[in-house]
Design a binder for this molecule. Sequence first.
Ligand SMILES: Cc1cc2nc3c(=O)[nH]c(=O)nc-3n(C[C@H](O)[C@H](O)[C@H](O)COP(=O)(O)O)c2cc1C
Length: 149
Amino acid sequence: MSKLSCLLYLSVENETFDENKINSLILKSREQNLKANITGFLYYKQKHFFQYLEGNTNDLENLFLRLSNDPRHTILKYISDQNIEQRRFLHWSMGNLKTNELIQIKLEDVIIDYFKWMKTHEKKSNFNAWRLIEKLAYFKNKGHLSYTK
Ligand SMILES: Cc1cc2nc3c(=O)[nH]c(=O)nc-3n(C[C@H](O)[C@H](O)[C@H](O)COP(=O)(O)O)c2cc1C
């Protein structure tokens, strides 16, 4: 059985994205991720993308290669965990996190702080980033984050 990995990155847009563009990016990603059995979420805010991905190590590496070469954005920082026990975002071929829902669960500020943290810090401590992901997964499972486009 192949190993399950996850990856979290922050990137900056190289062209302007509006809501329509984000929605079609999400729809296309969902289509492709379903085939590769990749799950996760995307959050677009202040010209940045914050994306969490999980899947079989090989499939994830393939996707990350494509993401790294995608001229629409530039990846600033990523962290990965090559061996996770289970998926955190089961059934979410690509969730689209929404600011109003993140504000309700009081994680919007935390995510923006992470943007700054990811831009300035070295890879040293990944612990808090994964804790943030665990918190988001908790609220997803409680039904506080919706999966609609
Ligand atoms: C911010 C961002 C997030 C993306 N997320 C995904 C994704 O989750 N899954 C995916 O297949 N492609 C995603 N893409 C698109 C890939 O970078 C790439 O364009 C696409 O996978 C190419 O597929 P193709 O070569 O099969 O056409 C994303 C692109 C951007 C800019």
